[in-house]
Structures are given as C-alpha cells and as structure tokens.
Write a protein that binds this ligand. Structure first.
Ligand code: TA6
Length: 278
C-alpha cells in the first residue's frame, strides 16, 4: 500500500491545515471552516509536477527559471518526510515537522549535501512556519534562494489592498525586470502583476480576503516580498490554472530572492512566517 501523502493538523472548531508531502505543500488552511488558501481547480496532484496554484512551496536553490533543474528549484517536486506527526501542544495548538535531505536526484541538479527542516504550528487563527536549512559539509559553502509561494483565496483581487510596500524598490518582471520605487501607501492589483519588492518591512496586511477580513503576514529573515497575479492572458497560458480563476487569488510571498543566502560549512539559516486572520 502506498504511504499516505497527506497530513492533517486539526485544532478543533473546524480549524485545520492539510499538507501534501509532495513539496510539503500546504493545500488547505481552514479557520472556523473557512478556507483561506487558493487552490486552482486545474491543479495537478500527480506526485510529479509542482502543486501549482495551491498555496505554498519551498523554492530552495532557485527562484524562477533554472539552468540545472526545474523552475523554482526542486523542493516543491519532491516528496518530503514527515519528521514529527501532528501533535497537540500544551497550548492546544498543533505542531508537525517535515524534513528533506539531499538524494541522488537532488545531487544530479545541485551537488551539495543539505538538511532542510520545516516546522508548522496551527493556532486558533494563525499558521506559523519555521524553516531551517543546514549545511553539513566540512568544507563546501553553498548559496540558494528561498521563497514561500503563498496563494490566498479572495472574493475579488481588485478589492484587496496590500500594506507595507511604500518606499520599497521593486523589480517589475512584467516590464523586463525594470526597477522602480513604490510610491503608493497601499498597493492594489488590477492587471498582470509580477514584482519582487526588496528589503520590505516584517509585516504586510492584505484587506478584503475571505469574508471581508484582513490577513496579516509577518516574516522574519525573509527580506523580499513577491506580489503576483497572472491576470487573464497569463492565466490562459498556464495549464494548471483556470482561465477565469485569477480574480479569486492573490499571491504574496515572503522570500530571500534578490540576493542569495550564502551558507558556510557547518552553519544553518533559519526564517519564518506567521499568517494571521484578523
Ligand atoms: O512567484 C511569482 C512567480 O515566479 C511568477 O513569475 C509566476 O511564474 C509564478 O511564480 C508561478 O510560477 P510557477 O512555476 O509555479 O507556474
């Protein structure tokens, strides 16, 4: 019998978080039975492709196209290990831990030894992520990018406002990577948007998510924030994203992508993100 590929954290009160071990991808986060994350109806759960148009993947080693392996790196196309099955903490919160190590497959694309640990805690209205990558080598330094690809479910992306971007420099991938400075206090989306904001503050708030509520994103050791929505034409080009689904998602990603993380032998890098329904 095939080993289970889905792990559920259940906090009670219809508050759950479901992780597919393929890419350690969070495919559902329900708070009081309300889904907070966007999953495309076209998402392919075949255990091979990234669970695109879902919620959250790790792009260790590379953000974007990559000469030596798949777009956005390999961590989202590999089955992770369940290091610690969901366990209720004294606080009532539920914790699970996932891990990934180098294999012949990862070494065929990126010839380094690494240990990646990802800890998830489900609280009443919050989801906590903590990611640590360790370089066990005695003499080799490696560098990588890391990004949490977070797709929030929204009734209408045109009504969402994003705080915390004012004054930040951004790379606009829709304009051949031209660089600008954000002049708006709150950012809205009304066309194809694909931007890497650099050195952003630790907190962003998105308004008008599910049920008209706000979502707070707090990030630590992730200096960048990516804002993406494919809009209609780009959505049509994607096989795993419905043509008419773009109004119902907003992708706000905490990452370390403008510059690589450089990890010396025997050292570790840690970063975290807290999502909170307000
Ligand atoms: O994070 C933004 C982005 O890199 C966009 O440029 C767009 O390509 C999106 O991610 C989706 O990428 P994917 O490979 O998952 O289809």
């Amino acid at each position: 019998m095939a080993a289970t590929s889905v792990v559920v954290l259940d906090r009670g009160n219809n508050t759950t978080c479901t992780i597919n071990l393929h890419g350690a991808t969070v495919v559902s986060w329900r708070v009081n039975n309300q889904e907070q994350l966007f999953v495309s109806k076209q998402a392919v759960f075949d255990g091979k492709n990234p669970l695109e148009a879902e919620f959250h993947s790790f792009f260790v080693t590379q953000f974007g196209p990559w000469t030596f392996g798949p777009q956005h790196g390999f961590a989202r196309i590999i089955r992770w290990n369940l290091e610690k099955a969901p366990e209720r903490l004294a606080s009532g919160d539920v914790e699970a831990i996932f891990s990934l190590m180098d294999t012949d497959f990862t070494r065929s694309m990126w010839n380094y030894s690494f240990r990646l640990t990802y800890r998830l805690i489900l609280r009443e209205k919050e989801l906590h992520f903590n990611i640590a990558i360790y370089n066990p080598s005695k003499d080799l330094t490696f560098s990588f990018n890391m990004l949490l690809h977070t797709y929030f479910k929204v009734p209408d992306v045109r009504r969402c406002q994003i705080t915390g971007l004012h004054g930040s420099t951004f790379v606009d991938k829709t304009r051949e990577g031209a660089m600008y400075q954000e002049g708006r206090d709150v950012v809205t989306i009304c066309e194809w948007t694909d931007r890497i904001y650099q050195n952003t503050p630790q907190e962003h708030i998105i308004t008008n998510v599910v049920s008209g509520r706000k979502m707070r994103i707090q990030k630590y050791n992730f200096p960048d924030t990516v804002v993406w929505n494919p809009w209609i034409d780009k959505a049509k080009e994607m096989s795993d994203f419905g043509d008419d689904e773009y109004p119902n998602m907003i992708c706000i990603e905490a990452g370390h992508v403008s510059s690589p993380v450089i990890l010396l032998p025997g050292t570790a890098f840690e970063a975290s993100q807290i999502l909170q329904v307000m």
